[in-house]
Design a protein around this ligand. Structure first.
Ligand SMILES: NC(=O)c1ccc[n+]([C@@H]2O[C@H](COP(=O)([O-])OP(=O)(O)OC[C@H]3O[C@@H](n4cnc5c(N)ncnc54)[C@H](O)[C@@H]3O)[C@@H](O)[C@H]2O)c1
Length: 347
């Protein structure tokens, strides 16, 4: 039976990852690069895998130059033989394997399902799904043979694996496959202390967006409740946590790193009390809620608009301002000016 590994020495910090041997695929740039760097900075022995020898070797060299321990192994993650070779070479070099982050993946999309070709399917499933399967399969075998007592499989899926995205039939299909395999492997390996989890990035600032025009990037930013793109490091810190002893009881999870993108649909939402953020005092631009909840504000409103707050429709407009609903109030120009000027005296 595998007991909790939380101890005073290593349980409450990232010391427990020190010396663990981990592979990161797609580590020459983007999220994979960030994960490899964060692993290296925290004392893990990192094997970077990617197709581009120059870029991958460069990242490995920089990790070593900063005091880390890393090697690069050129790998085509859409080829299972190449992945098997990656695992074998890792074990030959470091003598063991504790974890693998299957991150390499491509995007593909923007069309209705019928407009994809059959070879689009083969291309994306070969890397994003079969490549991840091979990483998990050969990775798990090597972790077992290493008798790792803190083994982990981490797959980089996507919010598209949780919440399907229009125009992304194949990409979404691959990411659902990754999350499905993650959950089943978690069940398979939980009795043996190997954790299996998926990181689900939202819109994250990497080259996966290629040459997307600024207008498209702005649309992605606006689509995200956090109003920004993610930083690849924000996924890397989760990977570090999942690799540590602090996360040994977390398995089978698909964890979004997405600024709340996959939490639900956006809708109209008016803050009745934006001053909680802005710290602004009361004036004509304050919400109706803030004004009528202030005794002096209520007095002014009752003076110009008797019966106003008893109107049930007004409750719907509590997040709006008096200038915004001016046309509905039926006040003459002079009276409206007087009301707004008096509201300005409230601050
Ligand atoms: N950036 C995002 O917004 C975002 C959102 C959701 C999910 N993801 C996922 O995150 C993962 C990483 O994406 P990224 O944004 O860092 O992309 P990226 O294009 O910046 O990096 C992809 C990495 O994968 C490598 N790679 C590509 N094909 C490969 C192959 N056949 N063999 C080996 N390596 C290969 C590239 O060399 C590179 O290192 C992908 O699985 C992607 O689906 C990214």
């Amino acid at each position: 039976m595998f007991k909790s590994k939380i101890s005073k020495e290593t349980g409450q910090n990232f010391q427990s990852v020190k010396g663990k041997v981990a592979i990161v695929t797609g580590a020459s740039r983007g999220i994979g690069e960030a994960i490899a760097r964060v692993f290296g900075e925290n004392g893990m022995k990192v094997v970077l895998a990617a197709r581009s020898a120059e870029a991958g070797q460069h990242v490995a060299d920089e990790i070593c130059a900063n005091g880390g321990d890393a090697i690069f192994i050129q790998t085509d993650c859409s080829n299972d033989v190449s992945i098997k070779n990656l695992i074998d070479q890792t074990v030959a070099h470091y003598g063991r394997l504790d974890g693998i982050v299957s991150n390499a993946g491509i995007g593909m999309g923007g069309f209705p399902l019928h407009e994809y070709d059959m070879n689009n399917f083969d291309e994306i499933f070969a890397l994003n799904a079969k490549g991840v399967f091979a990483g998990m399969k050969y990775g798990a075998e090597a972790i077992f043979k290493s008798h790792s007592d803190g083994g982990f499989l981490i797959n980089v899926a996507s919010v598209a694996g949780i919440c399907p995205q229009r125009g992304q039939a194949l990409y979404t299909g691959t990411k659902h496959a990754v999350i499905g395999m993650t959950k089943v492997a978690a069940l398979d390996y939980a009795p043996y202390g190997i954790t299996v989890n998926a990181i689900c990035p939202g819109y994250t600032e990497t080259s996966i967006f290629g040459d997307a025009p600024e207008a498209a990037m702005e649309m992605f930013r606006k689509d995200c409740p956090a109003n920004r793109l993610g930083d690849p490091k924000e996924c890397a810190y989760l990977a570090l946590f999942l690799a540590s002893d602090m996360a040994r009881y977390i398995s089978g999870a698909a964890i979004p790193v997405d600024g709340a993108l996959s939490a639900g649909h956006q809708n109209v939402s008016q803050w009745k009390h934006p001053e909680i953020i802005t710290g602004n005092g009361l004036n004509r631009d304050s919400t109706i809620a803030s004004i009528v909840e202030d005794p002096k504000g209520l007095e002014i409103v009752n003076k110009y608009l008797p019966g106003f707050i008893e109107n049930p429709m007004v409750k719907q407009a509590y997040g709006m301002t008096f200038p915004a609903i001016a046309p509905m109030m039926g006040l003459g120009e002079e009276q409206l000016d007087a009301l707004l000027n008096e509201l300005d005296t409230l601050a």
